[in-house]
Design a protein around this ligand. Sequence first.
Ligand SMILES: N[C@@H](CCC(=O)N[C@@H](CS)C(=O)NCC(=O)O)C(=O)O
Length: 216
Amino acid sequence: MLTIYGVYRSRASRNIWLAHELGLPFKQVPVIQHYRLPDAKAAGAPLNTRSPEFMKVNPNGHIPSIDDDGLVLHESLAINLYLAKKHGGPLAPANVAEDGEMGMWALWAATEVETHALNILYHRSGNPAVSREMADAAVEALKAPFAVLDAALAKTGFLVGGRFTVADINVAEIMRYAQAEPALFEAAPRVKAWLAACQARPAFKKMMDARNKEPA
Ligand SMILES: N[C@@H](CCC(=O)N[C@@H](CS)C(=O)NCC(=O)O)C(=O)O
């Protein structure tokens, strides 16, 4: 049995989307970010990223983690690559070359895009830790990666193997944070169309519907 630790309003969304794509049954344990609680350490506080029970699962104190029949893994993008490979089918790499490309795209999104995209999202949603200057710098920094992604999508409209794969899920969930800055997408029409197609998938919608029902 697969257990996914993490609320929907977290990077666990990536793993839940993939689980829906694969038709995998799973148990979700709604561990919440400690900073979203007034006192994460208070007696009776909901299970959170600093709860001793969860720190035993993930000593990093971050969500998501999974427990897949006793195999405990952290890091949302690595979890998705593992689950896709384990269950096979069109979402998984068909050969070692595709495996390399899927790893490349996951690391690309995490290192070239994610921090900047989150800075845009945090600023637009009023988080005082990210100033307007930081958000403007993030928009500037994302122009080049958006152009790279737009060019990569030119051939088939997908990232790897000319079909929708786990690489698209991993990158799409990171690009989603940048949707708070529509101008980036207007300048990269293939990225805009690809993200719309990814987000039109029933498995994404199922995840998003449940996410939207969670308290903000
Ligand atoms: N690189 C990690 C990042 C995990 C991460 O930072 N998760 C956030 C939520 S999306 C978190 O747990 N924050 C709460 C905390 O740090 O206590 C991954 O992709 O899984």
